[in-house]
Design a protein around this ligand. Structure first.
Ligand code: OAD
Length: 261
């Protein structure tokens, strides 16, 4: 037990140095976006061609698109769900899972991603604000069920037996993200807000940095390019998540202090 306590004490002093001693950091809120999964081989939403796997996001991610062309939308998400079997978590997911396991204070990882790479890396203190590929939502009974297979073939809902009512459990444009109350609470209580691999193009997540700052948090961005809201952060580090996230987590957990000692 003693070495663990010592390790955390050292972590705390490293953190105090990081935030300039303005406020001790105990409570961390991490926001992740598609960029954290890019090095695992999953396409981001707004690539250089502005397309997501050949489609404009709005063509696929709206309730109107689902009503207009259910086969296109259901097949698209069936393919994304199947693709999860061909990818694995990368160094950034593993580093956040390590932070989750070892950080002695409060931590919440809020992901906009619908893949399951955070949890496959071992993260537990996390939530999916935009839904999950491996979940289906029943339009008849409103239930959410774990889902591994396809939806385009109109399977019956295991909860109510309704046929053809299941859709991807994904928050489409115009729909309310999940667990906003819990997220707002975490933003208000965070000492440090860290945004990883997100373009800052989609609200409400794009506004989290301002809310966290308003409540007095230190704010840090880790992204391949400066995001749309980069100027709102106290600090922006530019580079691949697979490099920046393990480095940052190592600093938080006192690796450098430990190495020097
Ligand atoms: P975007 O595709 O908009 O942005 C991805 C960000 O990750 C960009 O700023 C890239 O520069 C950055 N990036 C790419 N590769 C990276 C790497 N290896 N390391 C670090 N950063 C990297 O994705 P999101 O911001 O997540 O919503 O998009 C937000 C929401 O828009 C998504 O959750 C999705 C979409 O509509 C829903 O599906 C509901």
């Amino acid at each position: 037990m003693a070495p663990i306590l010592q390790r955390h004490d050292m972590a705390m002093s490293a953190i105090a140095a990081y935030d300039g001693g303005m406020r001790d950091i105990e409570t961390i809120l991490v926001l992740t976006g598609a960029g954290i999964s890019a090095e695992s081989g999953l396409a981001t939403f707004r690539g250089p061609d502005g397309l997501w796997e050949g489609h404009r996001v709005e063509e696929i991610c709206t309730p109107q698109a689902l009503a207009r062309n259910p086969a296109l939308v259901q097949n698209f998400y069936d393919m994304r769900r199947a693709a999860l079997a061909r990818v694995v978590p990368n160094a950034a997911h593993h580093a956040l899972a390590r932070l989750d396991a070892e950080w002695p204070g409060e931590l919440l990882i809020v992901t906009q991603n619908v893949d399951d790479l955070h949890e496959r890396a071992g993260a537990r203190r996390m939530l999916h604000m935009h839904g999950e590929l491996k979940s289906a939502l029943c339009r008849e009974c409103g239930g959410r069920v774990r889902w591994e297979g396809t939806l385009a073939d109109g399977p019956a809902c295991p909860l109510c037996g309704g046929k053809g009512g299941l859709r991807p459990d994904i928050v489409f444009f115009g729909e309310m993200p999940y667990q906003m109350e819990r997220i707002e609470e975490a933003l208000a209580g965070a000492d440090l807000f860290v945004s990883i691999g997100t373009s800052g193009a989609v609200y409400p997540a794009a506004g989290f940095v301002q809310t966290a700052r308003y409540h007095g948090a230190q704010t840090l961005e880790l992204n391949l390019d400066p995001s749309a809201g980069s100027h709102f952060f106290h600090e922006s580090r530019v580079g691949p998540a697979g490099l920046l996230v393990p480095e940052w987590v190592g600093d938080m957990l006192g690796d450098r202090v430990t190495d020097a000692g």
